[in-house]
Design a protein around this ligand. Structure first.
Ligand code: NAI
Length: 385
């Protein structure tokens, strides 16, 4: 079994180290910050103790998982790792420098992967002498609990690197999907309207946060409403992703950020972590009541859903991923109750196209342009499945 190196002992690096160790690998976890390493070790020990208390693992297994991981500040300790996954700060120049250094340490056959959520894999690979061994392996937070992993080959990545990476991560009991090296990959691209269209509905004054969340959960079957979820993720973090996807798509209005979210973020109303976001999380705060008018709720749900479906269809049209991988990504990466393309079939492709065209007629904004794939499918009488 290969030895795995993880660079960055923050939220993601620590989680990935746990996953690799549980899969039986010897893991080297490195960070330039000793405190981060200490914290990571303590956190893992707590998580393992909880699993023992719950009867999920015994003491021996706890020792084995903990014993598989060694902690170091020294990158040279990666020298006998056949795979290194980088999970450091999301800055392209820092990542490029680190990849250049890593390549001097590991052997010629080792795979170098990045867990980046938003940077181009091609530009990170370009920092290396052997860019064909560089790939994106994108876990979701928290890595030990979220089953999805996006595998993202850059234009330079060899088929062998892609195949080896996918086969390996599959053995870590993860669901892997293959995504093109484009902004947001699958999940962070296709999910944008879940936040963006919900914010737009609020901005236009159709409904308040509680009503929109109620409609998406109670009628749509989503586990969390968009505003609850943004409060959970953090408005600063969620806004930054939206803005970066918007810019990366050359200001495509489909991904335009919302002033409401920007102002909440600027106000320091970041969500749960500051006790105040779209909702007030202070203990004495009164929870706002939704308007439970079913007709209104159905309209809200369908407007967000059709925008999500349109986005998923467009991702398929642009060959970002396969039909099955797009549906798997949204159900396993962000817990959607159903694959969006499957949902499109159930709702009817005609109905999707008609709604998109109605929205476009109403607003005359490029944001509401119907994917050419949906339009073609309507004409040919086709379905996704
Ligand atoms: P974090 O801030 O929790 O951890 C980053 C760690 O990297 C810190 O411990 C820091 O000391 C260390 N570090 C920074 N620069 C370093 C360097 N040059 N050499 C060695 N160590 C260095 O960050 P987080 O959230 O774990 O994110 C890491 C990466 O994973 C980023 O690329 C992020 O975009 C990506 N990601 C984050 C997700 C999330 O929800 N937090 C989800 C999926 C991907």
């Amino acid at each position: 079994m290969i030895k795995v190196g993880i660079l960055g002992a923050g939220a993601m690096g620590s989680g990935i180290a746990q996953v690799a160790s549980q899969a039986g690998h010897k893991v080297v976890l490195s960070d330039r910050d000793t405190d981060a390493l200490k914290l990571s070790e303590e956190k893992l020990s707590k998580v393992m103790s909880r699993l023992v208390e719950k009867g999920k693992i015994d003491e021996d297994r706890k020792k084995e998982i903990e014993g598989n991981i060694s902690y170091t500040e020294n990158l040279v300790d990666f020298s006998d790792c056949q795979l290194v996954i980088e999970a450091i700060v999301e800055k392209i120049e820092v990542k490029k420098t680190v990849f250049e250094k890593l390549e001097e340490i590991v052997d010629g056959e080792a795979i170098l992967a990045t867990n980046t959520s938003s940077l181009s894999i091609a530009s990170i690979a370009a920092a290396c002498k052997k860019p064909e061994r560089v790939i994106g392996i994108h876990f979701f937070n928290p890595a030990p609990l979220m089953p999805l992993v996006e595998i993202i080959p850059a234009v330079q990545t060899s088929d062998e690197t892609t195949k080896k990476s996918r086969v390996l991560i599959d053995t870590w009991k993860k669901k892997t999907v293959l995504a093109k090296d484009t902004p947001g990959f699958i999940v962070n691209r296709v999910a944008r309207p879940f936040y963006g269209e919900a914010l737009r509905i609020y901005d236009e004054g159709f409904a308040d946060f509680a009503t929109i969340d109620w409609a998406m959960k109670e009628i749509g079957g989503f586990r969390m409403g968009p505003f609850e979820l943004m409060d959970f993720i953090g408005n600063d973090v969620n806004y930054a992703v939206t803005e970066s996807v918007f810019q990366a798509f050359y200001n495509d209005p489909r991904y335009k950020p919302s002033f409401t979210q920007k102002r909440h973020s600027e106000a320091g109303w970041l969500g749960r972590k500051t006790n105040r976001g779209y909702y007030d999380y202070n203990t004495d705060a009164k929870k706002p009541e939704p308007n439970t008018d079913v007709k209104l709720g159905e309209n809200i749900l369908w407007r967000v859903l059709v925008m999500l479906i349109n986005e998923a269809a467009d991702a398929l049209y642009m060959n970002i991923a396969s039909r099955d991988d797009i549906d798997l990504a949204m159900t396993k990466g962000v817990n959607y109750p159903k694959g969006l393309l499957k949902w499109a079939d159930e709702k009817g492709i005609d109905h999707c196209v008609e709604t998109m065209d109605r929205l476009y007629d109403e607003y005359h904004e490029d944001r509401y342009r119907c994917s050419p794939l949906l339009r073609k499918m309507k004409k040919d009488g086709k379905t996704f499945y």
